[in-house]
Design a protein around this ligand. Structure first.
Ligand code: SF4
Ligand code: SF4
Length: 365
């Protein structure tokens, strides 16, 4: 136990303490696993032991009542053990087929809040970031658009009818703590306006050299300015032409906010993946430069994600991920089939395009 001799109570407890006994006993002995039906897996050990797992979608941001429900079901069926996946699904594990049937029967009673699914060629739970609830730099909300998109795609959570798995992620700014850089479909909050400088507060709440140094494009320089009381103060000036609206300066200096109702919105990227099965991992590519933040249900974003997913489902070969499909047919065809207008902003290595986009390596023709 690596925690032996530990002299502090800081940090989480040793993860091994939370493993169900059957998992501990069969460590390193698992032979294979199978998906028995959508949301239900079996792992088989060389000792003959089996673990049946039922995966359910969670609401991502959870109430205490919902966590209590998970714990009650885990106590009733799984000796008190329960786990969460990296995509915010909750998993209940049992060691026999009889226990599996009893567990499934209980979960079906709660199917509105514990839908079974999220395995194989499906749209599993969407990972997302903090959004308007918590973070300081978002250009869109996180749980709001994700809830709207997932409600619309719910039929794909409990089934496995797609060519391969489709991983969707949302990050509410391009700091991207939400893995959108390598997702099949990525929903990304973007700002489109430079920071607004609050000359009244800047000397009180910011270190000006730090704000200047925070800009990756060197767009900020120290400058004298006049505050609302008509006094001359030390402040900064932003070269708007150079700004890429990243929000780094706002992270360093709260007197430089850039959130704006008209400027902020969502870009859609597609074709990324982390897996190295069949083809190397890929970064997602921009395909829709801007969609508005139409609260509370983001209809433009929902429609766009569905349109891309349906085109992929119809046209891709079995096991082909979205990016592999787009590369096989050529990105030009991807835009055509997905019904998305193509713009110069959609080519990330654009160069030498005198009268055609086809000089880029992104295109096959
Ligand atoms: Fe904050 Fe950006 Fe992360 Fe969203 S993606 S939580 S805005 S840092
Ligand atoms: Fe520089 Fe980014 Fe701030 Fe623009 S938003 S001034 S690019 S740090």
């Amino acid at each position: 136990n690596p925690m032996e001799g530990r002299i502090t109570d800081l940090g989480p407890r040793y993860y091994g303490d939370f493993l169900p006994p059957v998992i501990k006993e069969n460590k390193g002995k698992w032979l294979y696993h199978e998906i028995l039906e959508p949301g239900v897996l079996v792992h088989v050990s060389e000792t003959g032991a089996k673990v049946f797992t039922v995966r359910c979608g969670s609401a991502r941001l959870l109430t205490v009542n919902r966590v209590r429900l998970y714990c009650d079901i885990a106590d009733q069926h799984c000796d008190g053990y329960v786990r969460f996946t990296t995509r915010n699904n909750v998993e209940f594990m049992v060691a026999s087929e009889e226990k599996l049937e009893a567990l499934k029967a209980t979960l079906l009673k709660h199917k509105n809040v514990l839908p079974i699914g999220g395995t194989g060629a499906c749209v599993t739970n969407i990972v997302h970031t903090q959004g308007w609830v918590h973070c300081h730099t978002p250009a869109t909300d996180a749980s709001g658009p994700v809830k709207a998109v997932m409600d619309d795609l719910f039929e794909y959570f409990g089934s496995m009818v797609l060519p391969a798995q489709v991983r969707i992620a949302l990050a509410c700014c391009l700091n991207m703590c939400g893995a959108v850089h390598a997702s099949d479909i990525a929903i990304l909050g973007i700002h489109r306006k430079p920071p607004m400088i609050d000359h009244d507060r800047i000397t009180g709440v910011c270190e000006i050299p730090l704000a200047v140094a925070s800009c990756p494009l060197g767009a900020i320089k120290p400058a004298k300015a006049t505050n609302s009381a008509g006094e001359e103060v030390k402040s900064v000036a932003v070269n708007n032409e150079r700004c890429m609206f990243c929000g780094n300066c706002y992270t360093m200096c709260p007197a430089m906010p850039l959130a704006d109702p008209d400027g902020d919105g969502i870009a859609i990227l597609v074709g990324g993946k982390v897996s190295n099965t069949r083809s190397a991992p890929k970064f997602s590519k921009l395909v829709v430069p801007f969609l508005p933040n139409t609260t509370p249900r983001w209809p433009e974003v929902v429609a766009c994600v569905r349109q891309i997913l349906v085109a992929y489902a119809k046209d891709a070969k079995k096991y082909e991920r979205l990016g592999e499909w787009a590369e096989r047919i050529g990105w030009e065809k991807f835009f055509e089939k997905a019904g998305i207008p193509f713009t110069d902003k959609s080519v990330d290595d654009y160069r030498l395009a005198y009268d055609t986009w086809r000089t880029t390596s992104q295109f096959k023709y």
